[in-house]
Design a binder for this molecule. Structure first.
Ligand code: HEM
Length: 413
């Protein structure tokens, strides 16, 4: 048996054999805080492929690509629907999800209900549709670069990575840009690792309040934006209710926020430590889409949960109805059964990485995420001279539901 240090732990259930118990606290693990992706790689070497950790309520972790694909392709057994934000397995961690008190759509539903809820998002978020946002993304990126260029330094997280996706979400949802500063501040607080649970709840109430106003305005008068299109969507032969609209808006907001912030920040940290790669991408920007994809693979961020609906054996491990699983997508990207030389940055890989997951819930915003990242790197590498980590202030990280960067000071000549 492992000796678990520190806090109160759940009892290890009788069906969990001792050899599958591994001491891993995603929120407080010191190695996680030092370098989250190095910790993911160490889990592949040190922990069983499916292991149980009693921290934060006690749940299973899955680290290999094939097992995760099998889980996501079988939503009848591995359900999203039992996860309302309030009972997330990371519920006690700093990255606990908010408790909005309504169904997060479409993510908290299972097929066939999920299919109906997801359908209205597919077309507006398809590659062709989001291409219309390219100019706006480029303009926003350049405005943010203008603010830091001459200083020769920035905190990438707060100066660039946080503002960009919030601004873009507001544009996508058709929210008034005169409320940008207010919404940006709320968004930053909402996803901050240092905000306590009660404050976070208050912040989410205020965000829901602002989204409510936007939905009401669009109810009165449609515009050319996502909220207007969702209002006219057909779900089970009717239009979405107000609560459903709120469920969509919050999920889109959250889905596109923390994830993009962290994917961008980890990617930029990689480039800051690899001057040769920076030079290569500056010299040939046509390599950027491939580089974005490989940075996404190396730096997965989301670890989505599932709940087991009936007793089942998964890759030789007995699971019981009600068990909670966390899919460690960032670890699965280093699974050498799926990715040759997984630790290497390699352009032109053909295997699908797991950062956006697989199965029916595979990220519906992935085209937008890729576009944001591609345009960002194009402009950043064009305008910012060779940059590196600030030797006086190393980056800081945190674990929890998502793998996250909390500070990323950069310098350039
Ligand atoms: C690099 C950035 C992003 C990453 C790493 C990411 C990751 C993910 C993952 C892993 C899932 C699957 C969750 C599950 O299996 O339960 C997901 C779903 C989702 N994402 Fe993203 N995401 C990103 C960007 C975005 C953006 C920009 C949007 C907004 C347009 C978005 C909206 C959503 C939505 C609405 C879902 C739920 C889909 C469903 O349940 O069918 N994501 N995302």
């Amino acid at each position: 048996m492992h000796a678990f240090s520190g806090q109160k732990l759940e009892q290890i259930p009788a069906h969990v054999p001792p050899e599958l118990v591994y001491d891993y606290d995603s929120s407080r693990d010191p190695r996680m805080l030092e370098d989250p992706h190095a910790r993911m790689r160490s889990l592949l070497l040190e922990a069983p492929p499916i292991f149980f950790s009693p921290h934060n309520g006690g749940h299973w972790f899955v680290t290999r690509k094939q097992a995760i694909v099998d889980i996501t392709m079988n939503p009848e057994v591995y359900s999203n629907s039992l996860f309302h934000a309030a009972e997330s397995p990371a519920g006690e961690g700093e990255h606990a999800a908010p408790q909005p008190g309504f169904l997060m759509l479409p993510i908290s539903t299972d097929p066939p209900q999920h299919t109906a809820y997801r359908a209205p998002l597919n077309q507006p978020l398809a590659a062709k549709s989001v291409a219309a946002l390219e100019t706006a993304i480029r303009t926003m990126t350049n405005e943010l670069i203008d603010n830091v260029l001459d200083a020769g330094r920035c905190n990438f997280l707060s100066d660039i990575a946080e503002p960009l996706p919030v601004t873009l979400f507001m544009q996508l949802a058709g929210m008034p840009t005169n409320r940008l500063a207010e919404f940006r501040a709320l968004a930053t607080q909402a996803t901050s690792a240092t905000v306590d649970h009660a404050t976070r709840e208050q912040i989410f109430k205020r965000i829901a309040g602002i989204l409510t106003e936007s939905i009401k305005l669009r109810q009165e008068k449609r515009e050319d934006d996502l909220i207007s299109r969702l209002l006219d969507a057909n779900i089970h032969g009717r239009k979405p209710t107000f609560q459903e609209m709120l469920g969509y808006s919050i999920t889109l907001f959250l889905g596109g926020l923390d994830t993009v912030v962290n994917a961008l920040s980890f990617g930029v940290r990689h480039l800051a430590r690899d001057q040769a790669l920076q030079a290569k991408l500056r010299a040939d920007p046509s390599l950027l889409p491939g580089a974005v994809e490989e940075l996404l693979r190396l730096y997965g961020v989301a670890c989505p949960p599932r709940r087991v609906t009936r007793d089942v054996v998964l890759h030789g491990v007995q699971l019981k109805q009600g068990d909670a699983l966390l899919l460690l997508l960032p670890a699965a990207n280093y699974d050498d059964a799926a990715f040759p030389n997984p630790e290497q940055f390699t352009l032109g890989r053909t295997e699908q990485h797991m950062t956006f997951n697989a199965g029916p819930h595979r990220c519906v915003g992935l085209n937008l995420a890729r576009l944001e990242m591609k345009v960002f790197y194009q402009e950043w590498l064009k305008r910012i001279p060779p940059f590196r980590l600030d030797p006086q202030a190393p980056p800081r990280f945190t674990g929890g539901f998502n793998l996250a960067v909390t500070s990323l000071p950069l310098v350039w000549a």
